[in-house]
Design a protein. Structure first.
Lengths: 204, 204
């Protein structure tokens, strides 16, 4: 069965999956779910597609679906060059995937979503403190990435893996969340290496 | 080499690792790092043990360390009954590990840490809104778990895996974060199944 990806056009958690599927040359169907209009919380979506009410969702068969963008990346990358076979290197990939969902995405992606999709502004008294906190935490995540890339071409084992795909997703859109990436030169150089990979596709 | 676990006594992210190591009957050294006193941000800890400045850290050799509690769980559980071999079941385990770090731990664990370790109170005007937001999100995570356990003895494939260990950690301490677990009877029944597992150890 051909995979179906349920996603939202402005979500880089969905873009990660699209990029990997393209680089693996796996064809897939795509269904847009407008999360801003609440389409991930409807009676059709919730019980059948994802009881947690989030996108992306990868439908593998008519009865089997997977959620959590980084779990989907691991599922698709297994037995491909995008996920090393050696045990410690695999663990390092997983380490960066959890780092991304804990320290990076909740700050940088959320800040971008608030501004780009919900039109919240730092000048609104109601949002100021929350946005500043996310900005500080996002800067810390970018600093950790930049420091690592000072001595490494990629995140794990000197080759391009799902750790890079996962971290590239929201980092390459961080300027839309208000971050100045010129402060992180090693990240900018890493972008260039990623964008030269075979079957690289831009965010639409 | 014997593993060394760097942890903090009140952290259930560390308890997860201790529980799995005990159930795998793997001996290990333990080093306490007092995060409240800033010991995870010192010049000795940061560059050598973990540049991200978090615990737990598992030192595998004198030069190799792993961070992110759930990445450590995967590393230790590979090729054991705690992580299925079948590809889709493995992906479902990873899905719950990411759910825990994204929707569960940042709400339930943080709320517990604020109250238990930093002595913050809901009655403080400064913390009220933040604590209420985390409480609402924590309740949503517990509801999703309880719904899943209504028809499943464990989180994946009807057997005890690292998905259960990972979610048990902060859930069985959720009352210390102000949650009333009597509202989640399927979670309470699942606790009993976990606590009967071979080599189960309580949180110290």
């Amino acid at each position: 069965m051909t995979y179906t990806l349920y996603g939202y056009h402005a979500s880089d958690n969905c873009y990660k999956i699209k990029l990997l599927l393209n680089q693996l040359e796996i064809p897939f169907h795509y269904k847009e779910v407008d999360i801003v209009k609440g389409e991930s919380r409807t009676e059709e979506f919730l019980p059948q597609v994802n009881p947690v009410g989030c996108i992306p969702v990868l439908a593998i068969s008519s009865t089997a679906t997977l959620t959590e963008s980084n779990a989907i990346l691991i599922y698709l990358a297994e037995d491909t060059p995008f996920l090393p076979k050696e045990k410690f290197k695999r663990a390092q990939v997983f380490q960066w995937l959890f780092f991304e969902q804990y320290k990076h995405e909740p700050n940088i992606a959320t800040l971008r979503f608030w501004q780009k999709c919900l039109n919240r502004k730092k000048t609104d008294k109601q949002w100021k403190d929350k946005m500043e906190e996310k900005f500080t935490n996002g800067e810390e995540a970018l600093r950790i990435m930049n420091d690592h890339l000072m001595n490494n071409a990629y995140f794990v084992g000197n080759s391009y893996t799902i750790a890079d795909i996962c971290l590239y997703a929201y980092t390459h859109k961080a300027h839309e969340a208000g971050f100045n990436l010129n402060s992180y030169p090693h990240i900018l150089q890493w972008f260039k290496r990623i964008e030269k990979q075979d079957n690289y596709v831009k965010f639409e």
